[in-house]
Write a protein that binds this ligand. Structure first.
Ligand SMILES: [Zn+2]
Ligand SMILES: [Zn+2]
Length: 363
C-alpha cells in the first residue's frame, strides 16, 4: 500500500497549506516538462499527483486515514482531475516551461544553452556574453519570403484557400494544398537571402547577468530568446543551464567551500598561524598547539551566498599533518632525541585505551 504522506514527505497531521507546499515543490521537480523522456520522473510525478489528489480532499483524506486506502471512494484518483489540480495550483506558471498544450502550438520552441563558469563567477556573479545560432526573421524580406518589392501570388491550385476539397464517396473531404503547403499563396520571386523561407539562421549574441550564488544545474531563463514562433506566435525562451567547473583546490557544497591544508609536524605540535587561500584571496588561520590531522577549522563568510541572499556561507579548512619524507642528518638527530625524551611512545593515549579494553575483557 502506498503511503501518501510518505510520498509527499509530510507528517500525518499536515495542514492543507503544508500539503500544498510539499506537492508544489515536488511537482516542480518532477514535472515532465523539466524531465523530458524520463520515465522515472514521470512515474514519480504521477505518484505525487495521486497522493495529493487524495489528501487535498478532506473527505477522501478522512477515508484514507481510516482505511489506509483510497479505494471504494468512487474510483482511483490516479489521473482523475489531473489537469484541474494543476490549473488550480500552478495557474499559468507552467507556461514558463513551454508546458501546456495550448501554448505549445503557437510558441516557438525553447532553446537550451550549456554554459560553464568558474567557481569564483558562481560565488560572486558575473556578466557573460554567449553566442548561439537561432532562427530569426529574415530582415531582407521582413519574413515574407519574397524579394523586396514583389508580392506572392495567389496559389493557382487552391485559389488562395490553402485547402483542396474533393469528393470521396458521399463525403466531401478537404486537405491541405500541397502546392502551397496550405498558405494559399505562392512565392514567385523568392528572397535571395532566405530562399523564400522568411527566416534565417543567425548567430545571436546576448549578454547575460549571472547572479551570485548559482551552482551547477542552475537555470537562467531569458524570455523570448528561443526559436521564432510559427504562424506569428511568440518566440520561445532560452534556458541557460550552468555548470560550475571543478576547482583544483576548493570544493563547494551548497553555501560552504571546503579545502584541505597541510601543516608541518612542528606547526601542529607548537601551534602556528598559516596562510590559507580563499576565493577572496589569502587569509590567515590560527592553528592551536596540538592540532591533529583531520581537524576542521571555519573561516567565516568566505563561502558562497544563496541566490538572492546577502550572507555568504563559511569556508571549512581540514588540516592534515605532513610527515617529512626526507630528513637531513641534523633533523634526524633532533627527532631521535625527541623520541628518547618522549619515552619512545608515539601514542600513549591509544596504549592506555587498549589496556583498559583488554583488562575489561579479562575480568
Ligand atoms: Zn528573406
Ligand atoms: Zn495552394
Amino acid at each position: 500500500m502506498k503511503d501518501y504522506y510518505d510520498i509527499l514527505g509530510v507528517s500525518r497531521d499536515a495542514a492543507a497549506d503544508d500539503l500544498k507546499r510539499a506537492f508544489r515543490q515536488l511537482a516542480m521537480k518532477y514535472h515532465p516538462d523539466r524531465n523530458p523522456d524520463n520515465k522515472q520522473s514521470e512515474d514519480k510525478f504521477k505518484e505525487i499527483n495521486e497522493a495529493y489528489s487524495c489528501l487535498s480532499d478532506p473527505q477522501k483524506r478522512a477515508h484514507y486515514d481510516r482505511f489506509g486506502s483510497s479505494e471504494g471512494m468512487g474510483g482511483g484518483y490516479a489521473g482523475a482531475g489531473f489537469g484541474d489540480i494543476f490549473e488550480d495550483i500552478f495557474g499559468d506558471l507552467f507556461g514558463a516551461f513551454g508546458g501546456t498544450g495550448r501554448q505549445r502550438a503557437a510558441k516557438g520552441s525553447d532553446l537550451r544553452y550549456d554554459l560553464g563558469i568558474s567557481l569564483s563567477e558562481a560565488v560572486f556573479g558575473a556578466e557573460k556574453t554567449i553566442d548561439f545560432p537561432k532562427w530569426e526573421i529574415c530582415k531582407e524580406c521582413k519574413g515574407s519570403g519574397s524579394e523586396p518589392g514583389k508580392s506572392p501570388e495567389t496559389c493557382p491550385s487552391c485559389k488562395g484557400a490553402g485547402q483542396i476539397r474533393f469528393q470521396q464517396g458521399f463525403f466531401s473531404v478537404s486537405k491541405s494544398c500541397s502546392k502551397c503547403q496550405g498558405t494559399g499563396h505562392r512565392i514567385t520571386h523568392p528572397c535571395k537571402k532566405c530562399k523564400g523561407t522568411g527566416r534565417i539562421k543567425e548567430n545571436k549574441s546576448i549578454s547575460l547577468k549571472i547572479p551570485a550564488g548559482v551552482d551547477t544545474g542552475s537555470r537562467l531563463r531569458v524570455s523570448g530568446e528561443g526559436e521564432l514562433g510559427e504562424y506569428g506566435g511568440p518566440s520561445g525562451d532560452l534556458y541557460v543551464v550552468l555548470n560550475v567547473e571543478e576547482h583544483p583546490f576548493f570544493k563547494r557544497e551548497g553555501t560552504e567551500i571546503f579545502c584541505e591544508a597541510p601543516v608541518s609536524f612542528p606547526q601542529a605540535a607548537l601551534g602556528a598561524e598559516i596562510e590559507i587561500p580563499t576565493i577572496d584571496g589569502a587569509a590567515k588561520l590560527k592553528i592551536p598547539p596540538g592540532a591533529q590531522s583531520g581537524r576542521l577549522f571555519t573561516i567565516k563568510g568566505k563561502g558562497a551566498p544563496r541566490v538572492g541572499g546577502h550572507q555568504r556561507g563559511n569556508q571549512i579548512v581540514r588540516i592534515y599533518v605532513e610527515v617529512p619524507t626526507k630528513l637531513t642528518p641534523r633533523q634526524r638527530e633532533l627527532l631521535e632525541e625527541f623520541t628518547s625524551i618522549n619515552g619512545g611512545e608515539a601514542a600513549k593515549g591509544f596504549k592506555e585505551k587498549l589496556k583498559d579494553l583488554f583488562s575489561g575483557v579479562e575480568n
